[in-house]
Design a protein around this ligand. Sequence first.
Ligand SMILES: *Cc1c(COP(=O)(O)O)cnc(C)c1O
Length: 385
Amino acid sequence: MRFSRRMDGLPPYLFAEIEHKVAEKRKQGVDVISLGIGDPDTPTPAHIVEEMQRQVADPSNHQYPNNRGLQEFREGVATFYKNRFGVDLDPETEVMPLLGSKEGIAHICLSFLDEGDVCLGADPGYPVYASGPILAGGEAVTMPLLPELNFQPDLGAISADVLSRAKMLFVNYPNNPTGAVIEDDFFSRLAEFGREHEIAIIHDNAYSEITYDGYTAPSFLETPGSKEVGIEFYSLSKTYNMTGWRIGAAVGNAEIIEALWRLKTNMDSGMFQALQKTAVTAMTGSQQCVKDMCKLYQRRRDLVAGTLKEIGIDVNTPKGSIYIWVPVPEGYTSSSFAEMVLEKCAVVVPPGSGYGPSGEGFVRISLTAPDERIAEALDRIKENL
Ligand SMILES: *Cc1c(COP(=O)(O)O)cnc(C)c1O
Protein backbone atom coordinates (compact mmCIF):
# COMPACT_ATOMS: atom_id res chain seq x y z
CA MET A 1 0.00 0.00 0.00
CA ARG A 2 1.09 3.55 -0.54
CA PHE A 3 -0.05 5.75 2.32
CA SER A 4 0.11 9.55 2.61
CA ARG A 5 3.17 11.46 3.82
CA ARG A 6 0.91 12.92 6.48
CA MET A 7 0.74 9.48 8.13
CA ASP A 8 4.54 9.39 8.39
CA GLY A 9 4.46 12.64 10.35
CA LEU A 10 2.31 11.17 13.12
CA PRO A 11 4.14 10.42 16.37
CA PRO A 12 3.98 6.81 17.63
CA TYR A 13 0.98 6.11 19.86
CA LEU A 14 2.10 6.78 23.42
CA PHE A 15 0.64 3.69 25.00
CA ALA A 16 1.36 1.20 22.19
CA GLU A 17 4.55 -0.25 23.64
CA ILE A 18 3.25 -0.23 27.21
CA GLU A 19 0.03 -1.98 26.14
CA HIS A 20 2.09 -4.64 24.38
CA LYS A 21 4.20 -5.30 27.50
CA VAL A 22 1.12 -5.38 29.73
CA ALA A 23 -0.59 -7.89 27.42
CA GLU A 24 2.53 -10.12 27.58
CA LYS A 25 2.61 -10.00 31.37
CA ARG A 26 -1.09 -10.71 31.75
CA LYS A 27 -0.71 -13.70 29.42
CA GLN A 28 1.93 -15.02 31.83
CA GLY A 29 -0.57 -14.64 34.66
CA VAL A 30 0.98 -11.53 36.25
CA ASP A 31 -1.52 -9.30 38.11
CA VAL A 32 -0.83 -5.96 36.42
CA ILE A 33 -2.33 -2.79 37.96
CA SER A 34 -2.82 0.03 35.49
CA LEU A 35 -2.66 3.60 36.76
CA GLY A 36 -2.13 4.60 33.16
CA ILE A 37 -5.13 5.73 31.21
CA GLY A 38 -7.43 8.49 32.50
CA ASP A 39 -10.72 6.66 32.13
CA PRO A 40 -13.18 6.71 35.07
CA ASP A 41 -13.51 3.24 36.60
CA THR A 42 -16.99 3.79 38.06
CA PRO A 43 -20.13 3.61 35.90
CA THR A 44 -22.16 6.44 34.38
CA PRO A 45 -24.67 7.62 37.04
CA ALA A 46 -27.93 5.61 36.99
CA HIS A 47 -30.26 8.57 36.25
CA ILE A 48 -28.28 9.31 33.08
CA VAL A 49 -28.31 5.67 31.94
CA GLU A 50 -32.07 5.48 32.58
CA GLU A 51 -32.72 8.64 30.56
CA MET A 52 -30.73 7.17 27.68
CA GLN A 53 -32.77 3.97 27.85
CA ARG A 54 -35.96 6.03 27.50
CA GLN A 55 -34.56 8.13 24.64
CA VAL A 56 -33.26 5.13 22.70
CA ALA A 57 -36.73 3.59 22.77
CA ASP A 58 -38.26 6.69 21.17
CA PRO A 59 -38.46 6.28 17.35
CA SER A 60 -38.33 10.05 16.82
CA ASN A 61 -34.64 9.82 17.79
CA HIS A 62 -33.72 7.17 15.25
CA GLN A 63 -33.09 9.16 12.09
CA TYR A 64 -30.15 11.28 10.95
CA PRO A 65 -29.73 14.12 13.39
CA ASN A 66 -29.16 17.69 12.28
CA ASN A 67 -25.46 18.42 12.10
CA ARG A 68 -25.79 21.70 13.96
CA GLY A 69 -27.21 19.91 17.00
CA LEU A 70 -30.68 19.82 18.50
CA GLN A 71 -32.06 23.14 19.75
CA GLU A 72 -32.66 21.36 23.07
CA PHE A 73 -29.01 20.32 23.32
CA ARG A 74 -27.65 23.77 22.46
CA GLU A 75 -30.00 25.36 25.01
CA GLY A 76 -28.99 22.76 27.61
CA VAL A 77 -25.31 23.59 27.17
CA ALA A 78 -26.08 27.32 27.37
CA THR A 79 -28.05 26.74 30.60
CA PHE A 80 -25.17 24.76 32.07
CA TYR A 81 -22.68 27.51 31.17
CA LYS A 82 -24.96 30.16 32.69
CA ASN A 83 -25.58 28.24 35.92
CA ARG A 84 -22.07 26.99 36.42
CA PHE A 85 -19.85 29.78 35.06
CA GLY A 86 -22.17 32.78 34.72
CA VAL A 87 -21.32 32.78 31.00
CA ASP A 88 -23.97 33.82 28.43
CA LEU A 89 -23.99 31.74 25.25
CA ASP A 90 -26.29 32.21 22.26
CA PRO A 91 -27.61 28.69 21.58
CA GLU A 92 -28.14 29.63 17.91
CA THR A 93 -24.58 30.61 17.08
CA GLU A 94 -22.26 29.88 19.97
CA VAL A 95 -22.84 26.18 20.75
CA MET A 96 -22.50 22.98 18.77
CA PRO A 97 -22.18 19.30 19.67
CA LEU A 98 -18.94 17.33 19.32
CA LEU A 99 -18.46 13.58 19.20
CA GLY A 100 -16.18 14.01 22.22
CA SER A 101 -13.70 16.86 22.48
CA LYS A 102 -10.90 14.76 21.01
CA GLU A 103 -12.76 14.83 17.70
CA GLY A 104 -13.12 18.61 17.96
CA ILE A 105 -9.44 19.12 18.79
CA ALA A 106 -8.33 17.10 15.76
CA HIS A 107 -10.85 18.54 13.32
CA ILE A 108 -10.61 22.20 14.22
CA CYS A 109 -7.01 22.14 13.00
CA LEU A 110 -8.34 21.49 9.48
CA SER A 111 -10.35 24.69 9.60
CA PHE A 112 -7.36 26.85 10.61
CA LEU A 113 -4.14 25.46 9.23
CA ASP A 114 -2.50 25.42 5.81
CA GLU A 115 1.04 24.37 5.05
CA GLY A 116 3.50 26.49 7.01
CA ASP A 117 0.92 27.55 9.58
CA VAL A 118 1.62 26.90 13.24
CA CYS A 119 -0.50 25.59 16.09
CA LEU A 120 0.86 26.27 19.57
CA GLY A 121 0.27 23.55 22.14
CA ALA A 122 1.24 22.76 25.69
CA ASP A 123 4.24 20.52 26.39
CA PRO A 124 3.57 18.27 28.23
CA GLY A 125 0.08 18.04 26.81
CA TYR A 126 -2.73 15.97 25.43
CA PRO A 127 -1.15 14.22 22.40
CA VAL A 128 -3.83 15.39 19.91
CA TYR A 129 -2.62 19.03 20.28
CA ALA A 130 0.34 17.86 18.17
CA SER A 131 -1.16 15.15 15.98
CA GLY A 132 -4.18 17.30 14.99
CA PRO A 133 -2.00 20.04 13.43
CA ILE A 134 0.22 17.43 11.75
CA LEU A 135 -2.78 15.70 10.15
CA ALA A 136 -3.99 19.09 8.93
CA GLY A 137 -0.65 19.66 7.19
CA GLY A 138 0.42 22.40 9.60
CA GLU A 139 3.15 22.54 12.18
CA ALA A 140 2.83 21.85 15.90
CA VAL A 141 5.04 24.06 18.06
CA THR A 142 5.15 23.32 21.76
CA MET A 143 5.22 25.71 24.70
CA PRO A 144 6.97 24.20 27.75
CA LEU A 145 4.93 23.97 30.95
CA LEU A 146 7.37 24.18 33.85
CA PRO A 147 6.78 23.75 37.59
CA GLU A 148 8.44 27.11 38.36
CA LEU A 149 5.79 28.89 36.23
CA ASN A 150 2.87 26.92 37.73
CA PHE A 151 2.78 24.85 34.55
CA GLN A 152 1.59 27.84 32.52
CA PRO A 153 3.31 28.60 29.20
CA ASP A 154 5.63 31.62 28.99
CA LEU A 155 3.89 33.55 26.22
CA GLY A 156 6.76 36.04 26.09
CA ALA A 157 9.22 33.30 25.14
CA ILE A 158 7.56 32.46 21.80
CA SER A 159 9.74 33.52 18.86
CA ALA A 160 8.68 36.24 16.41
CA ASP A 161 8.75 33.77 13.53
CA VAL A 162 6.40 31.39 15.32
CA LEU A 163 4.15 34.27 16.39
CA SER A 164 3.76 35.42 12.80
CA ARG A 165 2.85 31.93 11.57
CA ALA A 166 0.71 30.79 14.52
CA LYS A 167 -3.04 30.76 13.91
CA MET A 168 -4.25 28.77 16.89
CA LEU A 169 -3.24 27.71 20.39
CA PHE A 170 -4.39 24.89 22.69
CA VAL A 171 -4.34 25.04 26.49
CA ASN A 172 -6.10 23.03 29.18
CA TYR A 173 -6.77 23.80 32.90
CA PRO A 174 -7.27 21.94 35.20
CA ASN A 175 -4.41 20.37 33.31
CA ASN A 176 -3.76 16.92 31.98
CA PRO A 177 -1.10 15.64 32.72
CA THR A 178 0.28 18.00 35.40
CA GLY A 179 -2.86 18.54 37.52
CA ALA A 180 -2.12 22.30 37.50
CA VAL A 181 -4.92 24.86 37.78
CA ILE A 182 -5.06 28.52 36.72
CA GLU A 183 -3.21 30.46 39.40
CA ASP A 184 -3.40 34.11 38.34
CA ASP A 185 -4.65 36.28 35.47
CA PHE A 186 -3.30 33.84 32.88
CA PHE A 187 -6.62 33.57 31.00
CA SER A 188 -6.76 37.38 30.64
CA ARG A 189 -3.20 37.48 29.40
CA LEU A 190 -4.01 34.68 27.00
CA ALA A 191 -7.06 36.51 25.58
CA GLU A 192 -4.94 39.65 25.15
CA PHE A 193 -2.19 37.59 23.49
CA GLY A 194 -4.71 36.06 21.07
CA ARG A 195 -6.11 39.48 20.16
CA GLU A 196 -2.68 41.05 19.67
CA HIS A 197 -1.30 38.29 17.44
CA GLU A 198 -4.55 37.13 15.81
CA ILE A 199 -4.21 33.66 17.25
CA ALA A 200 -7.37 31.70 18.03
CA ILE A 201 -7.33 30.51 21.63
CA ILE A 202 -8.81 27.08 22.20
CA HIS A 203 -9.32 26.05 25.80
CA ASP A 204 -9.83 22.34 26.33
CA ASN A 205 -12.06 22.32 29.39
CA ALA A 206 -12.24 18.60 30.14
CA TYR A 207 -11.74 18.83 33.93
CA SER A 208 -13.47 21.97 35.21
CA GLU A 209 -15.85 19.91 37.35
CA ILE A 210 -13.24 17.58 38.84
CA THR A 211 -11.71 19.75 41.57
CA TYR A 212 -10.78 19.42 45.25
CA ASP A 213 -10.37 21.25 48.55
CA GLY A 214 -13.20 23.66 47.70
CA TYR A 215 -11.47 24.96 44.57
CA THR A 216 -13.79 25.94 41.68
CA ALA A 217 -12.26 26.03 38.20
CA PRO A 218 -13.19 28.84 35.81
CA SER A 219 -14.23 28.60 32.18
CA PHE A 220 -11.97 30.50 29.76
CA LEU A 221 -15.17 32.21 28.57
CA GLU A 222 -15.55 33.97 31.94
CA THR A 223 -12.60 36.12 30.86
CA PRO A 224 -13.64 39.48 29.37
CA GLY A 225 -12.88 39.53 25.63
CA SER A 226 -12.37 35.76 25.43
CA LYS A 227 -15.29 35.19 23.07
CA GLU A 228 -13.74 37.55 20.51
CA VAL A 229 -10.63 35.38 20.28
CA GLY A 230 -11.54 31.86 21.12
CA ILE A 231 -13.65 28.90 22.00
CA GLU A 232 -13.78 26.24 24.63
CA PHE A 233 -14.30 22.50 24.26
CA TYR A 234 -16.51 21.11 26.98
CA SER A 235 -16.69 17.34 27.47
CA LEU A 236 -19.10 15.18 29.43
CA SER A 237 -16.55 12.34 29.49
CA LYS A 238 -14.83 12.95 32.81
CA THR A 239 -17.57 14.95 34.57
CA TYR A 240 -20.26 12.27 34.24
CA ASN A 241 -18.16 9.12 33.67
CA MET A 242 -19.29 9.10 30.04
CA THR A 243 -16.00 8.49 28.22
CA GLY A 244 -17.52 5.70 26.14
CA TRP A 245 -20.56 7.72 25.07
CA ARG A 246 -18.61 10.26 22.99
CA ILE A 247 -20.21 13.60 23.72
CA GLY A 248 -18.99 17.13 24.18
CA ALA A 249 -19.58 20.62 22.85
CA ALA A 250 -17.73 23.50 21.23
CA VAL A 251 -18.77 26.84 22.73
CA GLY A 252 -17.75 30.46 22.22
CA ASN A 253 -16.74 32.52 19.18
CA ALA A 254 -19.53 32.26 16.58
CA GLU A 255 -17.22 32.59 13.58
CA ILE A 256 -15.05 29.68 14.76
CA ILE A 257 -18.13 27.57 15.56
CA GLU A 258 -19.50 28.27 12.08
CA ALA A 259 -16.22 27.19 10.43
CA LEU A 260 -16.06 24.02 12.51
CA TRP A 261 -19.69 23.25 11.66
CA ARG A 262 -19.09 23.73 7.91
CA LEU A 263 -16.12 21.40 8.14
CA LYS A 264 -17.98 18.76 10.13
CA THR A 265 -20.98 18.72 7.78
CA ASN A 266 -18.51 17.15 5.35
CA MET A 267 -17.22 14.55 7.79
CA ASP A 268 -19.91 13.24 10.09
CA SER A 269 -23.67 13.34 10.21
CA GLY A 270 -24.14 14.72 13.66
CA MET A 271 -24.79 13.08 16.99
CA PHE A 272 -27.43 10.49 17.96
CA GLN A 273 -30.38 12.56 19.16
CA ALA A 274 -31.03 10.19 22.06
CA LEU A 275 -27.56 11.05 23.32
CA GLN A 276 -28.02 14.79 22.86
CA LYS A 277 -31.25 14.69 24.87
CA THR A 278 -29.63 12.56 27.58
CA ALA A 279 -26.75 15.04 27.80
CA VAL A 280 -29.26 17.76 28.66
CA THR A 281 -30.46 15.66 31.60
CA ALA A 282 -26.87 15.18 32.76
CA MET A 283 -25.93 18.87 32.49
CA THR A 284 -29.11 20.49 33.81
CA GLY A 285 -30.21 17.89 36.40
CA SER A 286 -28.82 17.30 39.89
CA GLN A 287 -25.04 17.60 40.06
CA GLN A 288 -24.79 15.46 43.20
CA CYS A 289 -23.14 12.67 41.18
CA VAL A 290 -20.30 15.07 40.27
CA LYS A 291 -19.80 16.04 43.92
CA ASP A 292 -19.66 12.35 44.82
CA MET A 293 -17.04 11.68 42.13
CA CYS A 294 -14.88 14.56 43.35
CA LYS A 295 -15.05 13.14 46.88
CA LEU A 296 -13.95 9.73 45.60
CA TYR A 297 -11.03 11.13 43.59
CA GLN A 298 -10.00 13.42 46.44
CA ARG A 299 -9.74 10.41 48.76
CA ARG A 300 -7.58 8.58 46.20
CA ARG A 301 -5.50 11.70 45.58
CA ASP A 302 -4.75 11.96 49.30
CA LEU A 303 -3.85 8.29 49.43
CA VAL A 304 -1.39 8.62 46.52
CA ALA A 305 0.15 11.94 47.56
CA GLY A 306 0.39 10.85 51.22
CA THR A 307 2.10 7.55 50.44
CA LEU A 308 4.51 9.10 47.95
CA LYS A 309 5.51 11.75 50.49
CA GLU A 310 6.12 9.01 53.06
CA ILE A 311 8.63 7.40 50.75
CA GLY A 312 10.37 10.67 50.03
CA ILE A 313 8.79 11.66 46.71
CA ASP A 314 7.64 15.25 46.95
CA VAL A 315 4.48 15.62 44.87
CA ASN A 316 2.25 18.62 44.37
CA THR A 317 -1.21 17.73 45.61
CA PRO A 318 -3.36 18.82 42.67
CA LYS A 319 -6.51 20.94 43.10
CA GLY A 320 -8.06 19.52 39.95
CA SER A 321 -7.98 16.80 37.26
CA ILE A 322 -7.67 13.04 37.86
CA TYR A 323 -3.87 12.93 37.71
CA ILE A 324 -0.88 13.20 39.98
CA TRP A 325 2.28 14.42 38.29
CA VAL A 326 5.09 12.67 40.07
CA PRO A 327 8.76 13.68 39.92
CA VAL A 328 10.83 10.51 39.48
CA PRO A 329 13.34 9.60 42.21
CA GLU A 330 17.01 10.58 41.85
CA GLY A 331 18.88 8.47 39.31
CA TYR A 332 15.90 7.68 37.10
CA THR A 333 14.55 9.12 33.86
CA SER A 334 10.81 9.10 33.14
CA SER A 335 11.21 6.00 31.01
CA SER A 336 13.58 4.09 33.28
CA PHE A 337 11.31 4.71 36.28
CA ALA A 338 8.16 3.69 34.37
CA GLU A 339 9.99 0.60 33.16
CA MET A 340 11.24 -0.33 36.64
CA VAL A 341 7.73 0.08 38.05
CA LEU A 342 6.26 -2.09 35.30
CA GLU A 343 8.93 -4.80 35.49
CA LYS A 344 9.39 -5.04 39.26
CA CYS A 345 5.96 -3.96 40.55
CA ALA A 346 3.68 -4.85 37.62
CA VAL A 347 2.23 -1.33 37.84
CA VAL A 348 1.61 0.84 34.77
CA VAL A 349 2.50 4.54 35.07
CA PRO A 350 3.06 6.42 31.79
CA PRO A 351 6.39 8.27 31.48
CA GLY A 352 5.96 12.05 31.47
CA SER A 353 8.21 12.30 28.42
CA GLY A 354 5.43 10.63 26.44
CA TYR A 355 3.42 13.88 26.80
CA GLY A 356 6.22 16.06 25.42
CA PRO A 357 9.91 16.75 26.13
CA SER A 358 9.14 18.97 29.14
CA GLY A 359 7.48 15.99 30.78
CA GLU A 360 10.90 14.41 31.25
CA GLY A 361 11.57 13.74 34.92
CA PHE A 362 7.94 12.91 35.73
CA VAL A 363 5.47 10.05 35.52
CA ARG A 364 1.69 10.43 35.61
CA ILE A 365 -0.51 8.53 38.05
CA SER A 366 -4.18 8.36 37.19
CA LEU A 367 -6.75 8.17 40.00
CA THR A 368 -9.15 6.04 37.97
CA ALA A 369 -8.55 2.69 39.69
CA PRO A 370 -10.34 1.33 42.78
CA ASP A 371 -8.85 2.46 46.12
CA GLU A 372 -7.58 -1.00 47.03
CA ARG A 373 -5.82 -1.38 43.67
CA ILE A 374 -4.17 2.02 44.08
CA ALA A 375 -3.09 1.08 47.62
CA GLU A 376 -1.70 -2.25 46.38
CA ALA A 377 0.20 -0.51 43.56
CA LEU A 378 1.72 1.96 46.02
CA ASP A 379 2.75 -0.87 48.37
CA ARG A 380 4.54 -2.60 45.53
CA ILE A 381 6.35 0.60 44.55
CA LYS A 382 7.32 1.25 48.19
CA GLU A 383 8.85 -2.23 48.46
CA ASN A 384 10.94 -1.78 45.35
CA LEU A 385 12.43 1.64 45.98
C1 LIG B 1 -9.88 13.08 28.40
C2 LIG B 1 -9.45 14.31 27.70
C3 LIG B 1 -10.11 14.74 26.55
C4 LIG B 1 -11.04 13.82 25.82
O1 LIG B 1 -12.30 14.15 25.85
P1 LIG B 1 -13.38 13.37 25.01
O2 LIG B 1 -14.52 14.30 25.12
O3 LIG B 1 -13.60 12.05 25.68
O4 LIG B 1 -12.88 13.20 23.60
C5 LIG B 1 -9.74 15.96 25.99
N1 LIG B 1 -8.76 16.68 26.52
C6 LIG B 1 -8.09 16.29 27.60
C7 LIG B 1 -6.99 17.14 28.14
C8 LIG B 1 -8.40 15.08 28.23
O5 LIG B 1 -7.70 14.67 29.27
